[in-house]
Design a protein around this ligand. Structure first.
Ligand SMILES: NC(=O)c1ccc[n+]([C@@H]2O[C@H](COP(=O)([O-])OP(=O)(O)OC[C@H]3O[C@@H](n4cnc5c(N)ncnc54)[C@H](OP(=O)(O)O)[C@@H]3O)[C@@H](O)[C@H]2O)c1
Length: 298
C-alpha cells in the first residue's frame, strides 16, 4: 500500500492515478474526502485528516510500502516558516513511528540553503529531518520553478498588461510541469530503487527566461504581454498590496534573490542527476494557461 500526501493536489493526484493504473493499493490523504471522489472511483482509499496531526499520519502510514510526502502551500499564515516546520516535523515523526521503509519527498531546487531562500529553506530542514530517520530510504525530488506558478501572474497580465518579476530579462532558469514531477515520482515509487538518502533534480526540456515566457504567452494569447524586470522590493510590496500576507511575500522576495544568485543551482547537473521532463513551457501555455486568458474554446 502506498500513501500519497496531497493526493488531490498538483503532483499527488497524478502519482495516485499512475500507481492505481499499475495495480497498486493507494491511500491518499485529504482534509476533504469529497474532493477525492474521482480517485476513489479508480480504487483509491481516502484517509481524511490533516498533516498537522502526526498521530493520524502514523496510523495512516502503518504497513505502507512507501509514502509520497510534501509540505503544501498555505496562503493565510502569519509565520510561514513555523507552518512549514510544523508540517515537516509532523510528517517525519509519523514516518519514524510507523517505520515507513521508503519515502519520495517533494523538495525543491535550492533546498541546500538552510537560510536565505524563503520557503525553500524550510525544505532544507524537511530533507535533513527525513535523512535522520533511522533505516529510512528517502529520495528528495528537487524540481525547478513550476510552470503552474504562472497562473499567479494572470491578474497582473489582465490588469497591467505585463509580467513584472525581480529577475533580469536575460536570466535563464529551470522550470518544469508538475505532471513531469509526478511521472518521475511515480516511477521511483514503483521501482523503489533508492537506498539511504539521495537527491534527484527535476526540470523541463529546457530552461527559460521570464522574457521568453512573456513572449510565449503573448504569442498564444494574441496579446502583447511585455516582461519588465522589477526590484525585489516592488515585487514584495505588490504581493502585499494584492492581499498576500507579508510573511509569504517577504519569503518570495528572499527566494527570488536566492534564485538569481550563482549558488542556487549548486549540485544540479542536467546530464547526471536530473530527470528531464517531457512538457515544454510552450505546450503548457498553449494547452493550459492560454485558456485562463482567452477563455475555453466553444
Ligand atoms: N511552486 C514552485 O515553483 C515549486 C518549486 C519547487 C518545489 N515546490 C514545492 O512544492 C510543494 C507544494 O507543491 P504544490 O504547490 O504542487 O502543492 P499541492 O500538492 O497542490 O498542495 C495542495 C495539496 O495539499 C493538500 N493539503 C494542503 N494542506 C493540507 C493539510 N493541512 N493537511 C492535509 N492535506 C493538505 C491538499 O489536500 P486537500 O485540500 O484535499 O486536503 C492538496 O492535495 C511545496 O513544498 C513547494 O516548496 C514548489
Amino acid at each position: 500500500m502506498y500513501v500519497i500526501l496531497g493526493g488531490t493536489g498538483n503532483t499527488g493526484k497524478h502519482i495516485a492515478e499512475t500507481l492505481l493504473a499499475a495495480g497498486k493499493a493507494v491511500t491518499i490523504v485529504s482534509r476533504d474526502g469529497a474532493k477525492a471522489q474521482d480517485l476513489v472511483a479508480k480504487g483509491a482509499v481516502v484517509a481524511v485528516g490533516d498533516l498537522h496531526d502526526s498521530d493520524f499520519l502514523t496510523q495512516t502510514f502503518r504497513g505502507a510500502t512507501a509514502v509520497y510526502s510534501l509540505v503544501p502551500p498555505k496562503w493565510d499564515v502569519q509565520d510561514w516558516r513555523a507552518y512549514q516546520i510544523q508540517i515537516a516535523t509532523s510528517i517525519t515523526l509519523a514516518v519514524h513511528s510507523a517505520k515507513v521503509p521508503y519515502v519520495v519527498n517533494l523538495s525543491s531546487m535550492g533546498a541546500h540553503f538552510p537560510e536565505g531562500a524563503g520557503p525553500v529553506s524550510a525544505l532544507y530542514y524537511l530533507e535533513h529531518m527525513l535523512n535522520n530517520v533511522p533505516g529510512l530510504n528517502v529520495l528528495h525530488l528537487r524540481p525547478g520553478y513550476f510552470y503552474q506558478n504562472l497562473y499567479g501572474l494572470l491578474d497582473m497580465i489582465k490588469h497591467m498588461g505585463m509580467i513584472a518579476q525581480p529577475l533580469a530579462a536575460d536570466f535563464t532558469f529551470s522550470m518544469v510541469h508538475t505532471t513531469d514531477i509526478a511521472t518521475i515520482a511515480a516511477q521511483r515509487l514503483l521501482n523503489l530503487d533508492f537506498k539511504g538518502h539521495s537527491v534527484q533534480f527535476v526540470v523541463g526540456p529546457r530552461d527559460y527566461t521570464f522574457e521568453e515566457a512573456a513572449a510565449i504567452i503573448s504569442k498564444a494569447s494574441g496579446n502583447q504581454v511585455p516582461f519588465v524586470a522589477s526590484t525585489t522590493e516592488q515585487t514584495v510590496q505588490g504581493m502585499i498590496g494584492a492581499g498576500i500576507p507579508a510573511t509569504i511575500a517577504e519569503g518570495y522576495g528572499e527566494l527570488y534573490k536566492a534564485i538569481a544568485s550563482s549558488g542556487y543551482t549548486e549540485g544540479f547537473d542536467r546530464q547526471s542527476n536530473a530527470y528531464i521532463g517531457q512538457i515544454s513551457l510552450e505546450q503548457f501555455v498553449e494547452n493550459e494557461l492560454k485558456y485562463a486568458l482567452v477563455g475555453e474554446p466553444v
